[in-house]
Design a protein. Structure first.
Length: 257
């Protein structure tokens, strides 16, 4: 009996970008230099304007030229553009919905706070885990063997927001907002029709939908380095985000899936 060959395992890494070309430039070079050949990288540019779009195109062209000269290089896809700006979650969802030929879907923030080396380590862990699981959430946990370089104010405001998320959203996670997530394409296919959050509460909705549909999610401690230029001010935005988390929880709880 003829058996068709098993599909090659491939990972799509989406980088959401909004006015991030300066921070993205060194990170994209690092990704091209470090990620193995079964990765594809897709920059999802989210309505930053014509000048920023031109900068992203130039960065990607440069990365593609470097990639062609490297053995076992990742595939750097042409960037995905959207106008007007919709939010980080919208940029990620549009990228993941391009991912028909991949068995794993990931995103990492454009600032490079999670290094390419850590992305590889997390992806290898997910592929080799026994028993397997459906989604990996990077987590900034201060523990032996992990390096978290974070300004004190960002650490404490981050923990305040994490507590709000845990209480308001009933989210059983230490760190929902770390900029690294990986999930199986099959898990995303199941939750994709119900994903609506386009902003920074996207991560919370993603976790709640995965848990609602019975997916197995693990938190994975990563090394993380604070990078200047964050567009979220947790002191200013925490109340709004907590309110959004509350509505997301109510909506997900009501879903019949």
């Amino acid at each position: 009996m003829f058996l068709s060959p098993k599909p090659v395992s491939r990972t799509l890494l989406v980088i959401p970008s909004y006015k991030d070309s300066e921070r993205l430039a060194p990170f994209l070079r690092e990704l091209v230099a470090t990620l193995p050949g079964h990765f594809s990288i897709l920059v999802s540019e989210d309505g930053s304007g014509a000048d920023e779009a031109a900068s992203i195109k130039a960065l990607v062209r440069e990365g593609q030229e470097i990639s062609t000269r490297k053995t076992n290089a990742p595939e750097l896809l042409d960037p995905l553009f959207h106008d007007p700006n919709s939010g980080k979650g919208g940029a990620i969802l549009r990228g993941w919905r391009q991912g028909g030929r991949y068995d794993l879907l990931a995103f990492a923030d454009a600032d490079g706070a999670v290094s390419a080396r850590e992305i590889v380590r997390a992806e290898q862990f997910m592929r080799s885990a026994t028993p397997p699981f459906d989604a990996l959430f990077g987590s900034r946990v201060k523990m032996l063997g992990r390096c978290i370089q974070r300004r004190g104010i960002r650490h404490y405001t981050g923990r305040i927001f994490a507590t709000l998320v845990s209480v308001v959203g009933r989210v059983p996670a230490y760190d929902t907002q770390c900029g690294l997530k990986i999930l199986t394409a099959s898990a995303f296919e199941r939750i994709s029709p119900f994903a609506q959050s386009l902003g920074f509460a996207f991560d919370v909705e993603l976790l709640l939908l995965l848990l609602k549909t019975g997916q197995r999610v693990v938190e994975f401690p990563i090394d993380w380095e604070d990078v200047a230029g964050s567009k979220v001010n947790l002191l200013r935005d925490s109340t709004r985000m907590a309110r959004e988390v509350f509505h997301i929880r109510r909506r997900v709880e009501a879903l019949k899936i």
